[in-house]
Design a protein around this ligand. Structure first.
Ligand SMILES: C[S@@+](CC[C@H](N)C(=O)[O-])C[C@H]1O[C@@H](n2cnc3c(N)ncnc32)[C@H](O)[C@@H]1O
Length: 486
């Protein structure tokens, strides 16, 4: 017989449950080690291919605004990344966008990397590669709490983002964030809306101290359903969305009350001109909400749930905005692009870029292809591994993952193969952000350049990484080791 659950919290609206407090405590205490120690997944939302696609979408949006006469080529556009985690996506987007900007003569973007916790922002400010971007006027930082959105003051320039947005539209990036923001939970059946109130139990009935992952994983959620009626929130936007769901038959809805309030605040801050790029594990189509379900809560040190991009798209339509969602597709991640503009506008370049990069293809294709990579793929040629690297956008983690396979071809490479290995390793180095002392990419890139005897590229790579990371990494020692290993 099962023991009765031992509750330490009872019957709260899900968005007010303590699980969100536990989640914040986790990120706040762990800082960047939340990712470097491997508990929170980050590769799928931070890889170079996704940064490439985001920069392409940003460029298309900026190009639309320039073509409409709403933005001058000499203006600076501000971007705000919410919940930026390791900063790797930010670094990749800035690097890729700068490349496109120069090719297409587009306005500059100053990318503001934010998180709710100062722990992460302090770490980013000390990263020499991010400082390079600050010195070039391409990056700034701030704290920004999506559960309590306030107009931030930028840490480096000390300017208010609100004042800067008088002259600039806002590009917001929220990757793997909506699934970490408080949601409410409702079920609808036969025209009746019931709210899932959440109780929490643990093995001993005590609230965990969040010191160990296991303690937090031990927390169980239990739902008790009570009838509710409209207006439930007393806030027009949220109540209209709940009314929309209330008219459906038999659905279970994670309701992004906090996320929507945050998007409203971003729109207000941006004076109506906002592009939001977001990726998550999320529902995108109303059919996915059918049936009686309970929220799936993933544990990875922190908690996360399945975000509801369908709700964001309904919200955008109501506000006269544009919502772009990829078709239903299997895989670990989906995307949502929202564009708002109070003035007459023509988003054709953005729509085209979205179709090309997110509908015809997917930034996660590379992840899907490589995730199941057999350990020793028999008879695979070097061109296979090089193609995988290319489709990953020359992702540094992918380089480290394929090191053994690439090394198998070091003995007699052709001229073309040599040039490709050289170009791919150098491009990976260009978008690589060194976050943690144990990050393996630098050592791996050096070994590849040594083993394939790419001496000139090796010289360039060492000089660049010396300049960039010389104060925190002993590049000469890494090179000696790479030579000894090869
Ligand atoms: C799952 S991680 C995603 C990190 C990164 N964007 C990525 O894709 O790897 C969630 C991030 O959101 C941040 N976060 C959590 N609650 C937040 C809030 N209320 N406002 C802003 N950021 C928050 C965490 O500190 C963490 O950086």
């Amino acid at each position: 017989m099962k023991d009765d659950p031992k509750f330490f919290e009872k019957m709260r609206p899900l968005a007010q449950s303590s699980i969100w407090r536990f989640m914040r405590a986790f990120y706040d205490r762990r800082g960047l080690s939340a990712w470097t120690e491997g508990t929170v997944p980050s590769q799928v939302t931070n890889h170079a291919g996704l940064a490439f696609v985001y920069s392409k979408l940003a460029a298309a949006w900026v190009d639309d605004l320039v073509a409409e006469g709403a933005l001058g080529r000499d203006q600076t556009v501000y971007a705000l990344e919410l919940g930026g985690g390791t900063g790797r996506l930010a670094y990749g987007v800035v690097k890729h966008y700068e490349h496109v900007r120069k090719q297409l003569d587009l306005p500059r973007i100053c990318y503001v990397l934010s998180d709710f916790t100062e722990t992460n922002i302090d770490a980013h400010r000390k990263n020499p590669a991010l400082r390079e971007l600050v010195d070039a006027g391409l990056m700034d930082f701030c704290t920004f709490d999506a559960t309590n959105p306030q107009v931030p003051t930028l840490v480096e320039s000390r300017q208010s983002l609100g004042a800067l947005l008088e002259r600039s539209p806002l590009l917001a990036v929220a990757n793997y964030l909506f699934d970490s923001l408080p949601h409410d939970f409702f079920r609808v059946r036969d025209g009746v809306i019931v709210e899932g109130l959440c109780s929490l139990s643990s093995a001993d009935g005590e609230e965990p101290e969040y010191k160990h992952r296991e303690q937090i994983e031990d927390v169980k959620l239990h739902f008790h359903y009570v009838r509710t009626q409209l207006p439930h929130y007393g806030e027009g936007t949220l109540d209209r969305l709940l009314e929309f769901y209330g008219e459906l038959e038999n659905v279970s809805v994670l309701f992004p009350s906090v996320g929507l309030r945050c998007v409203e605040s971003l729109r207000a801050m941006a004076k109506g001109r906002l592009l939001l790029l977001t990726a998550d594990k999320a529902t995108t189509h109303v059919e996915e909400l059918a049936g009686d379900r309970e929220p799936f809560v993933a544990h990875h040190g922190a908690f996360s749930i399945t975000a509801n991009y369908h709700a964001l798209s309904v919200y955008a339509a109501e506000k006269g905005g544009l919502a772009l969602l990829p078709p239903p597709r299997d895989g670990p991640l989906t995307y949502c692009v929202l564009r708002f503009d109070d003035r007459p506008n023509d988003p054709r370049r953005l729509e085209h870029a979205f179709d090309e990069a997110m509908v015809q293809q997917s930034p996660t294709d590379w992840h899907t292809l490589s995730w199941h990579l057999p350990e020793n793929l028999p008879n695979a040629k070097l061109e296979y591994y090089l193609a995988l690297l290319r489709t990953s956008g020359c992702d540094p983690v992918m380089v480290t993952r394929l090191e053994k396979e690439l090394m198998a071809f070091k003995a007699e490479p052709t001229y073309r193969q040599l040039r490709e290995v050289e170009a791919l390793v150098e491009r990976a180095g260009e978008v690589y952000l060194h976050v943690h002392a144990d990050d393996p990419f630098l050592g791996c890139a050096l070994r590849l350049l040594v083993a394939f005897e790419l001496d000139r590229a090796l010289e360039r790579f060492v000089a660049k990484m010396q300049r960039r990371y010389g104060t925190r990494v002993d590049i000469a020692a890494l090179l000696d080791k790479a030579r000894a290993d090869c």
